[in-house]
Design a protein around this ligand. Structure first.
Ligand code: G6P
Length: 459
């Protein structure tokens, strides 16, 4: 039998590496960013892997055409054209509003979840989309392939595909935290069992940290499942790619545009999608408190906040989006002057500008409630040019890798977050330089290829 690394590879993920938008009525494709794409795309470009993903928008569906094969930016992807309403229920209602909540511990149990008739229809849609992926794998996968199934959207794929194709090997990689048994207990027992059985149908299940791996094993044990083979393997962005963006004209232009607001001020920054787990509002509360305590910092500090809309199909996300904006307005109304805006909020997703902000911070705030990993916490230290300090939530997966030189925050403690921001801002230059270089070193220890190889080795 061929060894794992020489087998052909199939990647299955809900969101693929390409997304399309309509320009003059024609779909135009663009490659996405992030660790998943930079880790796996080279394999697709070299012809060693096929990527199967769902069409996420009308433009994606238009691009997919009859055969579902789309090409752009050197990548070929099989995009599954799933009925939009079925996909909405699977994505918004089960993946984002149920599984995401469970694994991030976000439920306010007094009100949610409530598994009503609508939810059970959505669960059928989740099964249906997983079945569509499984069928595409059965049809597409070359003999003996290793199938890399990505994330909580696709927990049921392997179980079905295996029935038809016992020549394939399956690895599941979970990019979010994994809930412990108490967290998973909120799911109806039949759903919990189906998900756990689905995961156990893989030859191996991978997680970003040992903690999420251990939670998964505990869930299997608590609910009578099969633990199977598991591994922990953290992902990194492609730092060379990021450095190229940092050197690009678009990034320089963004820096020049930001120069007047930064002036000679100390810069606190954050770069996040507006996701419920990112704890953005408590971050602004901590900054507000800093300005309340330290009038001497007024006009001398600015908070550059790149906060991009995410999953606006979900009511909770729309509300959170508004809460973030209200929190910024409250700080700016309370403390702002004609010449000073305490928080500069940027909501239009602009990657070169995010990179410009990461180059420029003195303190980066990454304070999620819970996070599978958090790539920004690694990208910031590698890109930063000002000996920037990292204030990092102990609940982020990246914490274990960066603990030696990051400043810890417990995400729910607003007062302590203020203390930590203040201490990081005021640290002596020599200490700043030392910690910044330690962070940059730890953050770049692994490459996306290391992560890919860990998955292939797991089978
Ligand atoms: C975050 C999570 C991933 C997840 C992704 C999906 O990055 O860490 O686990 O796959 O969101 O995002 P999407 O925009 O496709 O819902």
């Amino acid at each position: 039998m061929a060894d794992a690394s020489s087998r052909p590879v199939v990647i299955a993920s809900n969101r693929g590496p390409l997304s399309f938008s309509l320009v003059d009525g024609e779909p135009v494709g663009r490659r996405g960013s992030g660790g998943l794409v930079s880790g796996l795309a080279p394999l697709v470009e070299s012809g060693q892997a096929r990527w199967i993903a769902a069409a996420m928008s009308d433009a994606d569906r238009a691009a997919a055409g009859d055969d579902g094969i789309v090409e752009a930016d050197g990548l070929t992807v099989h995009m599954l054209d799933i009925d939009p309403e079925v996909h909405r229920r699977y994505y918004d209602e089960v993946s984002n509003s149920t599984l995401w909540f469970v694994h991030h511990g976000l439920y306010d149990l007094v009100r949610s979840p409530a598994f009503d008739v609508g939810w059970w229809e959505a669960w059928e849609s989740y099964r249906q989309v997983n079945a569509a992926f499984a069928d595409a794998i059965v049809a597409d996968a070359p003999p003996g392939a290793t199938v890399l199934v990505q994330d909580y959207h696709l927990c049921l794929v392997a179980r079905r595909a295996r029935v038809e194709r016992d020549d394939l090997r399956f690895v599941h990689f979970h990019h979010t935290p994994f809930a412990g048994p108490d967290g998973l207990r909120v799911l109806p027992p039949v759903v919990r069992s189906e998900l756990l059985e689905g995961l156990a149908s893989h030859d191996a299940c991978g997680f970003h940290t040992k903690q999420w791996e251990s939670n998964y094993r505990q869930c299997q044990e608590a609910f009578g499942g099969i633990e199977g083979s598991t591994f922990a393997a953290t992902i990194n962005s492609d730092m060379d790619d990021l450095r190229n963006v940092a050197r690009s004209k678009a990034c320089e232009t963004a820096l020049a545009e930001l120069a007047p607001v930064m002036a000679d001020r100390a810069v606190i920054a954050r770069v996040d999608r507006m996701e419920l787990s990112k704890n953005i509002v408590r971050g602004f509360a901590a900054y507000n408190r800093l300005l309340e305590r330290r009038h001497d910092l007024h006009t001398k500090v600015v908070f550059l906040a790149c906060c991009y809309p995410s999953r606006l199909g979900v009511e909770d996300y729309r509300r959170y989006h508004d809460e973030v904006i209200e929190a910024v307005e409250a700080v700016n109304e309370r403390w702002g002057t004609d010449d000073w805006t305490p928080v500069v909020l940027m909501t239009e997703d602009d990657f070169p500008r995010s990179v410009a902000v990461l180059r420029s911070y003195d303190v980066l705030l990454v304070n999620p409630i819970r996070d599978g990993l958090n790539l920004v916490a690694k990208e910031g230290p590698v890109l930063n040019e000002r000996d920037g300090q990292l204030v990092l939530s102990t609940e982020a997966g990246a914490w274990t890798e960066l603990a030696d030189a990051a400043d810890p925050v417990f995400p729910f403690d607003v007062e302590a977050t203020t203390d930590t921001l203040e201490a990081a801002l005021e640290r002596e230059p020599e200490q700043r330089a030392f910690r910044a270089s330690e962070l940059a070193e730890s953050a770049a220890l692994r490459t996306p290829q290391d992560w890919l190889e860990d998955q292939l080795r797991a089978v």
